[in-house]
Design a protein around this ligand. Structure first.
Ligand SMILES: Cc1cc2nc3c(=O)[nH]c(=O)nc-3n(C[C@H](O)[C@H](O)[C@H](O)COP(=O)(O)OP(=O)(O)OC[C@H]3O[C@@H](n4cnc5c(N)ncnc54)[C@H](O)[C@@H]3O)c2cc1C
Length: 439
């Protein structure tokens, strides 16, 4: 338990202006925004700690993010809310190492690493025209505003890359499929081209980083700003009574309030309020291994450019921040996309290690499995037309009981930025409505 202010044992006797269900990024940002505007908010969280999908576990001194994820410093909502200096952000190198045909080839960003770009031009990772198009795409997106990005025609990413941008199948297979497949958790690249352009723009305008003490430091920093006693952990909401503006907990306790915010993952939001559209789920599995020696000495993302083997992407997290592993050890994060449910841990780990043996040789015999995270709902599936409405309303106004609000990545887009934006928007809508109600 990281927030000493939060509790699970005491029933709530205070009447809060707002009850928020779920203490992930969206719920936390909603609570902070309400608090800053003078409204009281109670966060109810089903799990044993805050953070939702952005949490970090400490296992024998290794920091394990619950699924490999990165933070983009250009996210505008994050810049509003977070103290980057205190997070002590540690950057990945730009570009990626791509494993293809039995070797690693570097793909670099010419604007950030011009010296490394010259050898890349000569490499056979992709035709020269593709390498130039990568640079043009970056420039075009940097001069496009975010609202414009979300107004562009939405189509599957692969179609956008080939039909619109004119990239060859070679660079799609070797770079875009593992890279954006890893970001959207979908190797078929059937996700939203608006999301692709949004992420590409954010990467061009800032750095790809993790906080020194793991991704969970982001949600921990937010929770530190919540007033004492206003977070209840291990408190699952069973049902919402819209008519009486109250929630029923699994324990049977009833909490009355003036407004309720559903800040859970999309499928659970739909269970609580069926009127909320249910997104399909993108799955991800992350395997963590410790090693006495890192297989690489750089803080760089490694991609599977051939599509052979289960692992899509790899990073030596202890190369990005030394805090991720105890002294003298390395932490390796491996991501497998798609549902791995039917494969047991031992078989999954064996097939992953077989692939890694092909990549790095006998040193892999010394790797030790630390933990496997299988995340069933890692992101909402944003296959077009999911983002046709780039931002869904945070107000649920059907019927006369308009005291229910909803926020989370499924209302905006599947990113840290989207979840934060949606939490802030829900809070602002409540402030407006409660002030009107009081007038
Ligand atoms: C593997 C993975 C990789 C990702 N990679 C990136 C990345 O690189 N960059 C990026 O920007 N984004 C990434 N994302 C997406 C990003 O993490 C999410 O979009 C974001 O964290 C969602 O926040 P949220 O607040 O909407 O939902 P959540 O974090 O899911 O929060 C919902 C909360 O509600 C709680 N809850 C659910 N039901 C109940 C109930 N009945 N009662 C009480 N509480 C309940 C849950 O326990 C949870 O804490 C990734 C996500 C995953 C999982």
């Amino acid at each position: 338990m990281q927030n000493s202010a939060s509790s699970k044992e005491h029933p709530t006797d205070k009447l809060y202006d707002v009850v928020i269900i779920g203490a992930g990024l969206a719920g936390l940002n909603c609570a902070l925004t309400l608090q800053e505007r003078g409204f009281s908010a109670l966060l109810l969280e089903a799990q044993d700690d805050i953070g939702g999908r952005v949490r970090t576990d400490n296992v024998d001194g290794f920091l394990l993010d619950r699924g490999f994820q990165v933070f983009l410093t250009a996210y505008p909502e994050a810049a509003r809310r977070l103290d980057y200096r205190k997070l002590d952000l540690q950057a990945f190198l730009s570009g990626a190492l791509i494993h293809t045909n039995g070797r690693f080839i570097r793909l670099t960003d010419p604007f950030r690493e011009p010296l490394a770009f010259v050898p890349m031009l000569a490499s056979d990772i992709a035709p020269l025209t593709d390498k130039v198009k990568v640079a043009f795409l970056r420039q075009r997106l940097m001069s496009t505003t975010l609202p414009q990005v979300f107004k562009e025609k939405d189509r599957p990413i692969e179609e956008k890359l080939t039909a619109d941008c004119g990239f060859s199948q070679t660079i799609v297979e070797r770079f875009f499929r593992p890279f954006f497949g890893g970001i959207t958790l979908d190797k078929t690249l059937s996700g939203s081209s608006r999301m692709f352009e949004f992420v590409y723009k954010m990467m061009a305008e800032g750095s790809v980083v993790v906080p020194r003490k793991g991704m969970g430091a982001i949600t921990r920093q937010m929770a530190e700003g919540i007033a004492p006693g206003d977070i209840r952990l291990e408190t699952r909401v069973k049902a919402i009574d819209r008519k009486n503006c109250q929630v029923e907990l699994e324990s049977g306790e009833i909490i009355k309030t003036r407004a309720i915010v559903v800040a859970t993952e999309g499928p659970e939001a739909h269970r609580l309020v069926p009127e909320i559209e249910k997104p399909a789920s993108r799955h991800a599995t992350c395997l963590y291994f410790s090693a006495p020696k890192a297989p690489l000495d750089e803080a760089i993302l490694v991609l599977n450019g051939d599509g052979d083997g289960p692992v899509n992407n790899l990073a030596v997290m202890s190369n990005v921040s030394s805090e991720y592993a105890p002294a003298g050890q390395s932490l390796i994060s491996l991501t497998v996309l798609g549902e791995t449910g039917p494969i047991d841990d031992q078989r999954l780990s064996e097939s992953v290690l077989k692939q890694m043996h092909n990549w790095f040789g006998d040193q892999v015999n010394d790797w030790k499995l630390l933990k496997i995270y299988r995340i069933h709902h890692a992101q909402p599936d944003q296959t077009p037309p999911w983002l046709a409405e780039p931002s869904r309303s945070v107000r649920l106004n059907s019927g006369k009981d308009n005291n229910i609000y909803v926020c989370g990545d499924h209302r905006e887009n599947a990113s840290i930025n989207g979840a934060l934006a949606s939490g802030r928007k829900a809070a602002l809508a409540i402030c407006e409505d409660l002030k009107v109600a009081m007038a």
